[in-house]
Design a protein around this ligand. Structure first.
Ligand code: ZN
Length: 161
C-alpha cells in the first residue's frame, strides 16, 4: 500500500511537471518575448548571419515565407520583435516577401551603403531586413518593404475554436 501511494505521488509530480512545461512552451510560441540585449538574442545559422548581420540578400524566390498567406505576425529572427502583420503583406512578384506597412516603430530606415536604396533594419536589434521602395503603385500605401524571409519568423494567429 505504501508503495502504491508513492507511485501515485510520483505520477502526480510527473504530470504536473509536464503540464507546466507545456504552458511555458506555448507562451513562447504565442506571446512574443522581445529580446533586448545582444546576450539574449537568438543564435543564428551562418546563412542567417550572412543576411541579418552582414546585410546579405537571400536568393530571390527561395524564401520560406514568400508565399505564406496565413494570418499572423512576422517577427525578427534575431530578437523576436514584431515587425509586420499579415494584413500588410501583398504579392509583388519581386521574389521576396513584400509588405506595404510595418508595425508602428518596428522598422528603421537608413540610407543604404550603395547610395541609392533605403535599407530597413529591425528597430530593436538593428538586424538587416531588406529595403523599402516608394512610389511603385503596388498598393494604396505606395510602399514596398522588400524583406528577406530569413530575417523573420512567422507566428500564426491563435485559431479561435
Ligand atoms: Zn530584431
Amino acid at each position: 500500500m505504501k508503495s502504491l501511494n508513492c507511485l501515485i505521488i510520483l505520477l502526480a509530480v510527473f504530470f504536473s511537471a509536464c503540464a507546466q512545461k507545456k504552458s511555458t512552451v506555448s507562451a513562447i510560441a504565442t506571446d512574443t518575448i522581445i529580446k533586448n540585449s545582444p546576450m539574449e538574442w537568438n543564435k543564428l545559422t551562418p546563412e542567417e548571419s550572412r543576411v541579418i548581420v552582414n546585410k546579405g540578400t537571400e536568393y530571390p524566390g527561395t524564401g520560406t515565407l514568400l508565399n505564406n498567406k496565413e494570418k499572423g505576425t512576422y517577427i525578427c529572427k534575431r530578437c523576436n520583435a514584431p515587425l509586420y502583420q499579415s494584413d500588410s503583406k501583398f504579392e509583388s512578384h519581386c521574389g521576396w516577401p513584400s509588405f506595404d506597412d510595418e508595425m508602428e516603430g518596428a522598422v528603421k530606415r537608413i540610407p543604404d551603403a550603395d547610395g541609392l536604396r533605403t535599407e530597413i533594419v529591425c528597430a530593436n536589434c538593428n538586424g538587416h531586413l531588406g529595403h523599402v521602395f516608394l512610389g511603385e503603385g503596388f498598393t494604396k500605401k505606395n510602399t514596398r518593404h522588400c524583406v528577406n524571409s530569413i530575417s523573420m519568423l512567422f507566428v500564426p494567429d491563435k485559431k479561435v475554436e
